[in-house]
Ligand binder design. Structure first.
Ligand code: SF4
Ligand code: SF4
Ligand code: SF4
Length: 175
C-alpha cells in the first residue's frame, strides 16, 4: 500500500494514506464539490483497497487552493481534514505534490522569452525568476499545478510528481 501511495496525489488535507483509506467512504462528495474538476476516482486496476477513492488530476488541472476548501468541507468522515489552528489563523497550505521546472523544455532556458506561468502561481515566493528564468522553491511550493496548467509548451515544462507519504503529511512552509 505504501508503495502504491507514491503514484497518486490525494486531495488537500487528506489524512495519512492508511488513515485516509479507513476513513474514506468513497462517497464522491469531495469530487462533486470541487468547482474546478480536479478530483477523480481511482480506477479498479489500482486494486480493491483504493478503487473509488479520490485523487487529484494536477497533471492536467491545477488545484486553485480554494479559500473555503469545498472539497475538505464536503468530507463528512474527515478523511480530508483541516489542521487545527487558533481561531484567528488560517490553516497552513497543504503540500500536495512536488513540482519542478523541466529546464530542457522551459522556453527561457532554451533562449526565447516566455513567462506565461508567472501570473498563475497563487503562493508568494513559490516561483522565483532569475534572469527571466523560473525556479520553484520546494519549501514553499504546494504542488498545486497551476503553473503547469498555464505552461504553453508541450510537453509541459513543469513536472509534477507525487510525494512520499512521510512528506505529504507535513504542511508546506508557505506563509
Ligand atoms: S481546493 Fe478547490 S480546486 Fe483544489 S481540489 Fe479542493 S475544491 Fe478542487
Ligand atoms: S468526501 Fe471524504 S469520504 Fe467522501 S470520497 Fe471524498 S475523501 Fe472519501
Ligand atoms: S510554483 Fe508551486 S505553488 Fe506555484 S503554481 Fe507552481 S505548483 Fe503551484
Amino acid at each position: 500500500m505504501t508503495q502504491r501511495a507514491r503514484h497518486w496525489i490525494r486531495p488537500p488535507y487528506a489524512q495519512a494514506e492508511l488513515e485516509f483509506l479507513l476513513a474514506c467512504t468513497r462517497c464522491d462528495k469531495c469530487i462533486e464539490a470541487c468547482p474546478h474538476n480536479v478530483l477523480f476516482k481511482l480506477p479498479a486496476r489500482l486494486g480493491a483497497q483504493v478503487v473509488g477513492t479520490p485523487a487529484m488530476d494536477v497533471l492536467n488541472r491545477g488545484c486553485h487552493l480554494c479559500d473555503d476548501w469545498p472539497c475538505v468541507n464536503a468530507c463528512e468522515p474527515d478523511a480530508l481534514r483541516l489542521p487545527a489552528t487558533a481561531e484567528d489563523e488560517d490553516a497552513p497550505l497543504p503540500k500536495l505534490a512536488h513540482a519542478e521546472i523541466n529546464v530542457s523544455a522551459c522556453l527561457p532556458y532554451l533562449g526565447p522569452e516566455c513567462g506565461a506561468c508567472k501570473p498563475a502561481c497563487p503562493v508568494p515566493g513559490a516561483m522565483t525568476w532569475k534572469m527571466e528564468k523560473p525556479e520553484i522553491n520546494p519549501d514553499i511550493c504546494t504542488g498545486c499545478g497551476l503553473c503547469r496548467e498555464a505552461c504553453i509548451v508541450e510537453p509541459k515544462a513543469v513536472n509534477i510528481s507525487s510525494l512520499p507519504p512521510e512528506i505529504r503529511e507535513l504542511p508546506s512552509g508557505s506563509p
